[in-house]
Design a protein around this ligand. Structure first.
Ligand code: KG4
Ligand code: ZN
Length: 362
């Protein structure tokens, strides 16, 4: 299209010939940028802030400062890998919520400034909507309507995706998000942050029937989630057996025994979370008579959840869509993909748009 984009705000659903858009994601601890041209992903560059592990969780102020240091090289690298110059861009997009306000502001301000400097439109993106689009980046893609389960560090959401930009939230967590529960249990066990990948690793060698932790299904037929009770059960169990991270480790002179114990606890906890997530997703698919199911968010990287969701979906005749690992955790590709679709619909944002840390999916 090139420069035709200026017409888009006044011409909804304008037939766009060609469109190149850059997407930025900085809502938590990943600085990521990606380029999408005519619906095809040309690049996706992500820097994860590993230093938060020292503090046992994301430190918001440090996250913002790291985004500030990294945003220029990450955007440059995304353009280089896409083989384009910034003047080839027809539009900019960036996440404006939900997430950490200071972290969002870095990517959002950068995206808006680039749009202003280049004289191209800007599209503000909802982080949760972007996760849903992580299954629409590449083929094969789910067909509408589909049920999407987004499981991340901050959210657990079952969504009926009727069409692009047409969502019905079927269930959400009432307390901890699935990823948060993984992170908190890993912290109790003293195995590092982020906890999800560590628990996943230990669990792969463990016995899921070692402890029968409660499955929080809530009331009959509910599509809501609650993981704080399960997390507390793990805590009580560890207290009961006198587990104190270092003390227990020192006491148990047998290192192999300790590793085996950790694997069994992780596998038992993970099995409880996965049982609930899979069961409710299948229930939602059945109730809403969809053919396709999609999984998104950081916890979608969990190997047992991927395996079990696929197994259940296959046995019940649903098609299941799970993003590649690089599109599970926060990434620019999902942002640029929504941005591209919004541009095609003429849905641009004002440059007055500001960060909304508690932005909801509507
Ligand atoms: O979507 P995401 O990158 O950031 C948010 O928007 O929150 O998700 C991060 C979450 C963390 O809680 C992390 O522990 C979890 O995803 N996670 C996993 C795995 N990899 C990342 N949880 C379980 N198993 C994994 N393999
Ligand atoms: Zn996310």
């Amino acid at each position: 299209m090139n420069r035709q984009s200026e017409l888009i705000p006044q011409n909804p659903k304008l037939e766009i010939l060609t469109l190149t858009i850059l997407g930025i994601e900085t809502s938590c601890d990943e600085t990521s940028a990606a380029v999408v041209k005519d619906g095809a992903l040309l690049s996706n560059v992500t820097a994860t802030q590993l230093f938060h592990s020292e503090y046992g969780g994301v430190v918001p102020e440090l996250a913002s400062r790291a985004h500030q240091r990294r945003i220029v090289p990450i955007v440059d690298e995304a353009l280089t890998q896409a083989g384009i110059a910034k003047h080839d861009l027809d539009a900019m997009s960036a996440v404006y919520g939900p997430g950490l306000v200071g972290a969002i502001l870095v990517g959002l301000s950068f995206g808006k400034s680039m749009a202003l400097g280049l004289g191209i439109p800007f599209v503000g993106i909802n982080h949760m909507e972007a996760h849903i689009f992580s299954n629409l980046i590449e083929d094969p893609k789910p067909g509408y309507p589909f049920v999407n389960l987004t499981v991340s560090g901050g959210h657990t959401q079952l969504v009926l995706v009727r069409n692009a930009f047409d969502y019905q939230i079927l269930g959400e967590t009432k307390d901890d998000a699935a990823g948060e529960a993984f992170d908190k249990v890993a912290k109790m066990l003293g195995i590092g942050y982020p906890g999800g990948p560590m628990i996943d690793q230990y669990a792969s060698k463990g016995n899921p029937a070692f402890v029968n932790f409660p499955r929080p299904y809530l009331e009959e037929g509910s599509l809501e989630f609650s993981f704080s009770g399960l997390k507390t059960s793990v805590l009580y169990y560890l207290r009961k057996i006198g587990y104190q991270t270092t003390a227990w480790r020192v006491k148990s002179a047998n290192r192999d025994g300790y590793e085996e114990f950790l694997s069994d606890i992780c596998a038992s906890f993970q099995a409880a979370v996965v049982d609930v997530l899979v069961e409710k997703t299948m229930r939602a698919a059945k109730e809403h008579k969809v053919k396709d199911i999609a999984l998104a968010g950081g916890v979608a990287a969990n190997s047992e959840l991927r395996r079990r969701l696929k197994e259940s979906a296959d046995s019940l005749g649903y098609r299941v869509f799970i993003p590649r690992f690089e599109f599970c955790t926060d990434n620019g590709a999902m942002v640029a993909t929504v941005g591209y679709m919004k541009m095609k619909e003429g849905r641009t944002s004002s440059l007055e748009l500001t960060a909304e840390p508690s932005l909801e999916l509507k």
